[in-house]
Design a protein around this ligand. Structure first.
Ligand SMILES: Cc1cc2nc3c(=O)[nH]c(=O)nc-3n(C[C@H](O)[C@H](O)[C@H](O)COP(=O)(O)OP(=O)(O)OC[C@H]3O[C@@H](n4cnc5c(N)ncnc54)[C@H](O)[C@@H]3O)c2cc1C
Length: 440
């Protein structure tokens, strides 16, 4: 029997990946009247981690026309609750207290249905979406455009020719991994183990929707309240330490929860209702994110440790910047436009700046002194408000906020030298090897 002939399609823009970055870019370009072909290897809804959003993302959800539906389906998040491992020291971050007028809240989302909403929205706006189609080959150049081959689950092949390629393939990083463009961030070789639970108690009132971070000497837990009473629970630690334990992820997660008083209190009557998932060694950047005939979006361009829930916002904002820039570059009314790499230098610069500002605060978090200041914020010079603004998603801080962030890092450096705050006592739960008695 002869193999089926490939289906040939053409478009202005071809997008690899239908996560938040790919769907956002496809929806915006299609709305602008561009023809878009998007290839997604999975069939939605599918599980994905990354459930806590940031307030700055809300304007983009409004622009995409789905903010109302997000508000109907998901849990309101007004901030974050941080707690030391023994429960003795806590700090509440309330977004409305930042310099963020109009950005007081976000949502905790079930990614399977959030991502499906975004993808269907892109299709409703005119993008041609090929679900269950994994891209297996892509060439790109600003002169000749791109040629993409996707293999469907039904065994068929689709070949797409387009003027430009957007790679939004997430941590698979289709283009960057094939071109050897990825650099791991050596100080952030973390890993995570996570699952969904029922029966995790919530604080009454609006604070019940906040993300809870339980801080450990050797990592941290997240507790994210999801719709329907489930809670996403995750443990993040040094990748090498988690691997060294030799325990299967299920046992490692349960054992770590049992060893940490603040986490144990929250999971005493909880029941795991999902499998246990893992992700490892996940922080990296790419040497070139705007190249010849392509742009890298979201996680396909860079990924920062999930500590401050920045991933979806950075993915969707990079897609918005890319889509607006690309729409201009494609030209209109008979003009061929200009797709030379130089046109996209501003994209590279801006996305790098966003990644840098969040990598900086995340890497400081893992260094001595950070928590001693962060968990006991002073009221001077409105530094506290500046840090909250950054954590709400202000990726382009105003000069006064930038200055205050600079002061914040200076105070942390001084804390390291002068120890003006007593160190926050934290328990380690990953060493000595799990299975031995709970540390006293
Ligand atoms: C442990 C952990 C916890 C996290 N927690 C948070 C959080 O609380 N808040 C937050 O904002 N972010 C969080 N993140 C980050 C968040 O998950 C990502 O930043 C976000 O999903 C990035 O969106 P994206 O569209 O770039 O990539 P993805 O959401 O990964 O989407 C990429 C899509 O591309 C598809 N794809 C890949 N390869 C191909 C191919 N060859 N052909 C076709 N399709 C392909 C994939 O199937 C996928 O659907 C977390 C990440 C981790 C690892």
């Amino acid at each position: 029997m002869s193999a089926r002939a490939p289906v040939e399609v053409g478009a202005d823009v071809c997008v690899i990946g239908g996560g938040p970055a790919g769907s956002t870019a496809a929806a915006l370009l299609a709305t602008a009247g561009r023809s878009v072909a998007l290839f997604e290897k999975e069939i939605f809804p599918r599980f994905h981690i990354g459930e806590s959003l940031l307030p700055y993302n809300m304007d983009l959800l409004r622009r995409l026309g789905i903010l109302d539906r997000v508000a109907e389906r998901f849990v309101e998040k007004w901030g974050a609750h941080l707690v030391s491992s023994d429960g003795a020291i806590t700090r509440d971050i309330v977004f409305a207290e930042g310099f963020v007028p109009g950005h007081p809240k976000a949502y905790q989302v079930l990614r399977s249905s959030f991502d499906e909403l975004l993808l269907r929205n892109a299709a409703d706006r005119g993008a041609r979406v090929y679900e269950g189609h994994a891209v297996i080959e892509a060439t790109h150049s600003h002169r000749d455009g791109c040629a993409v081959t996707a293999r469907g689950r039904d065994g068929g092949t689709v070949r797409c020719r387009a003027r430009f390629l957007l790679d939004a393939s997430g941590r698979d990083a289709f283009v960057a991994s094939r071109r050897g463009l990825r650099d791991m961030m050596p100080r952030l070789r973390k890993a995570a183990i996570f699952a969904h639970y029922e029966g995790v108690p919530r604080t009454p009132g609006s604070a019940g929707g906040n993300i809870v971070l339980v801080l450990l000497r050797d990592g941290w837990f997240w507790f994210i309240p999801l719709p329907g009473g489930t809670t996403s629970v995750g443990l993040v630690g040094e990748g090498a330490t988690l691997r060294r334990s030799g325990l299967p992820p299920e046992s490692l997660l349960e054992e770590a929860l049992r060893r940490c008083p603040a986490a144990r209190d929250r999971t005493r009557v909880a029941r795991r209702v999902s499998t246990v998932w893992t992700a490892s060694d996940y922080s990296y950047g790419c040497r070139r994110i705007a190249g010849d005939g392509y742009l890298l979006l979201g996680d396909a361009a860079a990924f920062i440790d999930p500590l401050f829930s920045t991933g979806v916002w950075l993915a969707m904002s990079s897609a918005e910047i890319a889509a607006d820039m690309l729409d201009r570059a494609l030209g209109r009314d008979g003009s061929r436009g200009d797709l030379t790499p130089a046109v996209f230098a501003a994209y590279e610069k801006k996305v790098r700046r966003h990644v840098r500002i969040y990598s900086r605060i995340v890497s400081r978090f893992y260094q001595p002194g950070f928590l001693d200041v962060f968990l006991r914020p002073g009221e001077r010079f409105r530094i506290r408000e500046a840090v909250i603004s950054l954590l709400a998603g202000m990726a382009d801080p105003t000069p006064p906020v930038r200055l205050r962030l600079w002061c914040f890092y200076l105070v942390i450096r001084m804390q390291r030298l002068l120890k003006f705050n007593p160190p926050v006592p934290l328990l380690g739960v990953l060493e000595p090897a799990p299975g031995s008695p709970i540390p006293a």
